[in-house]
Design a protein around this ligand. Sequence first.
Ligand SMILES: NC(=O)c1ccc[n+]([C@@H]2O[C@H](COP(=O)([O-])OP(=O)(O)OC[C@H]3O[C@@H](n4cnc5c(N)ncnc54)[C@H](OP(=O)(O)O)[C@@H]3O)[C@@H](O)[C@H]2O)c1
Length: 244
Amino acid sequence: MGKLDGKVAVITGGTSGLALAGAKLFVDEGAHVFISGRRQEALDDAVKKIGRNVTGVPGDAADLDDLDRLFDTVRQEKGSIDVLWASAGTGEQRKLGEITEEHFDATFGLNARGTLFTVQKALPLFNDGGSIFMTGSNASLKGYPEWSVYSASKAVQQAYARVWLAELKDRRIRVNVLTPGQVATPKQEELFDEATKRQFESLIPRGEMGRPEEIATVALFLASDDSSYVNGMELTVDGGTAAI
Ligand SMILES: NC(=O)c1ccc[n+]([C@@H]2O[C@H](COP(=O)([O-])OP(=O)(O)OC[C@H]3O[C@@H](n4cnc5c(N)ncnc54)[C@H](OP(=O)(O)O)[C@@H]3O)[C@@H](O)[C@H]2O)c1
């Protein structure tokens, strides 16, 4: 028996990296998974890689009309949701003094605003007893120079989780934050050269970045009844980086 047998899960930004690893695992554990992303080709590839019990819905998680299309598709195909993993996120280095309105608006527009509307628009479809979690970042727990906008845009999620769990307690819907540290994903390849990656790895107690699969297993924990007494928590998965 799978840990998510018969469950419907929605994962934004599920076509790559750690969320794609989570989508694969959720399907292996018996769920039907809806994944979203902006690039059609990446979406098609991801659907192919997952292979079964998956629906790809193109769209930008910062765009409210696209979010409506995502949840309309879920309603038409499955009728309800048990698990929502709001994982689509964005961030780039920008030193104080060089932060532009565009950088701020794009970062908060997806990480803070888009995440909020993803959850709000999913709610009418949510089954009682469901699980909502968002992808944070341990950047919000540390003082990494040049990452203030990203760090702040992820820090809001802990505040969301606390308030929303109180608002949703009568429906027994849990709200948590999954907070990764450095994980080797395509986004990392795009953002960092080898020297920067080694520099980040020097901050990790085991000296080696996380793998997407190491985030996926924690996502499965938060999605499933294994975490039935875990609510309003920020679950940091960073090999101990933020702890020292
Ligand atoms: N990798 C790390 O070290 C790390 C550490 C801490 C936190 N995180 C967080 O983990 C999440 C995933 O990161 P990752 O490293 O796995 O990145 P990734 O490999 O680049 O994957 C990101 C996924 O999100 C999608 N996406 C990006 N912007 C989107 C948008 N506006 N609407 C919908 N989908 C969007 C991408 O597809 P499209 O480009 O086609 O839209 C892709 O499927 C992010 O929230 C990131 O901030 C990552």
